[in-house]
Design a protein around this ligand. Structure first.
Ligand SMILES: O=c1ccn([C@@H]2O[C@H](COP(=O)(O)O)[C@@H](O)[C@H]2O)c(=O)[nH]1
Length: 280
């Protein structure tokens, strides 16, 4: 399969620089006139697929909201991932997995192997057990043409406690994560700086300062726009010179426009207008 970074660059070019989240909060299910149950979850997801599948570059189901309904919720997630893929969207499973290597291997197979019912184009992972513990996911993603987004500097205020802590060499933990991802991308790069690697980082749009992203050569997912207070101007400021690698993520701010598919699509179009600067 074509490497994820290349497929992502192509999708962003064709559909615009946006990742829309599918976050079926109980409050949103109610607001959409749906039950806080598996049937409501399934209908919510179907409407999201209809609204975003053929227009948005990257769709990010928040796995936690599906797991909350047990095995039936996971079955809805399996269908949603498959339907989004058929509609042409890239699917980023926001699962934030991270564990010792042997367990990480099982997580990697779940989200990144060709034979898995939950296979996605990319998955989010947490480096809290050490960057090296992520090797099974990074290796499998490289082998199957999929991607990995590593939490570097998250959008929540609590994240700074660990992520801004400094190592002996003066780098913040967030910077070390970015640098490790950069090393992975540099091994994979074959044809110059224009190619987007398949190892991305998560950098919140709510931050006052981003880690140095100059050598990453990979995608930068920026959640925190809208409901968490981040703005398009924040994305522009944090992106610096790396506009083409940035993928802002918006979930609640778009989902609030539902359940009408037309209204959801209009919300996507409005949001994309605000990020026109990322296309120049
Ligand atoms: O640093 C992070 C990493 C992930 N997220 C996830 O993104 C969405 C944001 O939802 P909004 O409704 O747009 O606030 C959600 O799924 C988070 O779990 C994040 O916000 N920050």
């Amino acid at each position: 399969m074509t490497p994820f970074g290349q497929r992502l660059a192509d999708a962003l070019g064709r559909r615009g620089p946006l990742c829309v989240g599918i976050d079926p909060h109980p409050g949103l299910l109610t607001a959409w006139g749906l039950g806080d149950d598996v049937d409501g979850l399934a209908r919510f997801s179907e409407l999201c697929v209809e609204a975003f599948g053929d227009t948005v570059a990257v769709v990010k189901p928040q796995v936690a909201f599906f797991e909350a309904y047990g095995s039936a919720g996971l079955a809805v997630l399996e269908r949603t991932i498959a339907d989004l893929g058929e509609a042409g969207a890239l699917v980023l499973a926001d699962a934030k997995r991270g564990d010792i290597g042997s367990t990480m291997d099982a997580y990697a197979r779940t989200w990144l192997s060709d034979g898995s019912a939950l296979r996605s184009d990319a998955v989010t992972v947490s480096p809290y057990l050490g960057f090296g513990s992520l090797a099974p996911a990074l290796d499998l993603a490289a082998g199957t043409g999929r991607g990995v987004f590593v939490l570097a500097a998250t959008s929540n205020p609590e994240g700074a406690q660990f992520q801004r802590a400094r190592l002996d060499d003066g780098r913040t933990v967030a910077q070390v994560v970015v640098d490790e991802c950069a090393a992975r991308n540099s091994v994979a790069r074959t044809d110059g700086a224009a190619q987007l690697g398949s190892v991305g980082v998560v950098v919140g749009a709510t931050l006052t300062e981003a880690p140095d992203l100059s050598d990453l050569h990979g995608p930068i997912l920026m959640p925190g726009v809208g409901a968490q207070g981040g703005t398009a101007d924040d994305v522009r400021r944090l992106a610096g010179d790396h506009l083409r690698a940035v993928v802002p993520n918006v979930s609640r701010d778009v989902l609030r426009a539902g359940p009408s598919v037309a209204d959801l699509r209009a919300a996507v179009a409005r949001t994309l207008d605000g990020f026109a600067f990322l296309m120049n």
